[in-house]
Design a protein around this ligand. Sequence first.
Ligand SMILES: *Cc1c(COP(=O)(O)O)cnc(C)c1O
Length: 464
Amino acid sequence: MSPPSIRDLPSVDRLMQAVRAELGEESTHERLREAARAELDSARAAMLRGEATLPAAPALLAHLVASVTARLTHELTPRLRPVINASGVILQTNLGRAPLSAAALAAMAEVGASYSNLEYDLERGERGSRHDHLEALLTRLTGAEAALAVNNNAAAIYLTLIALAAGREVVLSRGQALEIGGGFRIPDVLRQSGATLVEVGTTNRTYATDYAAAISPRTALLMRVHSSNFRQSGFVHTASLDELVAVGRTHGVPVLDDLGSGTLLPTAPYGLAPEPTIQASVASGAALSTFSGDKLLGGPQAGLIVGRRDLIANLRRHPLARALRVDKTTIAGLEATLHSYLRGTAIAELPVWRMLATPVAQLWARAEALAVRLRVVGISADPVVCHSAVGGGALPGEDLPSAGVALTPGAVGAEVLVVRLRTGVPAVVARLTAGRIVCDLRTVRVEEDEVLCQRLTEAWRKEA
Ligand SMILES: *Cc1c(COP(=O)(O)O)cnc(C)c1O
């Protein structure tokens, strides 16, 4: 049959009519017209280029209808969608960091769907402050006098520096003038905030005396930044927070402690190195401590600042506080997350901690079951021991023994399979290790095992 010519293409109206007949009245007039026009334009262009991609005239209309329908569906498919994280990195920033607890999600849905007392004092019947909702919980859990939540920890640092150090000096160890990621560099943020960075010590060694020697009448803050995404070893010395606070007290200079992740619970029970706790930072006498809501805290994206009441009051009053404020759903999610800590049920309820605390034996049992199911359908799969990481700027170089399934692709090739897993629905992000695909089950929810099994089977079979 001869290829279709431009004359065989239907009119926009004819194509729209055919799509409507196919879909019922699902598509609004304008959206359908745009899709039909775009499809006809691209068909015409393909014909002019002499590409033989379209079927002959009798099947042409049906083909175009299918293409328009696909266009319409694609437009309404969310770009942001769930991914199965089989990478074993618990706080994977690229994959959205902390998954939220059921209680946090329920609170966000409830508050999001209705009006709320976000900025209304129900007792007094007058205007209230959105900043009040989390303060009591945060101070109770951390031991600080006051607290404030903003958009993220980067915003917390920025607001603190602008409000407290603009036009003055901030003393920071050269070893802590670091880049967090995504181009967020502490020295740049300092400059942006109008503060002058005074670097002290050397890359590998900084002593308390270095800070003391750098203090001048222009000093606004001593700053400590947790080296969250790299680790130094060898001939290294860092002044402790206690020492920094002592130096600060002598000279009347407050200490700002950027904890990065920060944690309310100890990490040592899970075989990890200790990550600095927020309580310890407050107890050491840091004037302000900042940390993320969506790293080890396990809540929605936020930056939390806890510390001295007078300083927090300054931050609240600063005009930038409004630009960086959190919305009602974030406050609801954070509140529910913090309640888990208050109840003492954080490890069972918060996905991040549940993943950290899952015993390897449990993961191994799931890995074995999954491998058996995959082998039954002819896939070369084995349970394997692997290593998960905390990620997200917490505990660099530390890993957790874990278990997963390893697929040994034959002719298909591991690279091809990894791409298929990534681009299917739901997307699966796995690891490629020595030509094998490893799915670390620590970061896969038990409820996801079934669909993971389906996706692996599908991706494998596509070739066969
Ligand atoms: C992650 C991190 C930040 C940035 O926190 P966000 O919540 O991602 O803005 C800042 N400082 C340190 C040390 C970090 O680890």
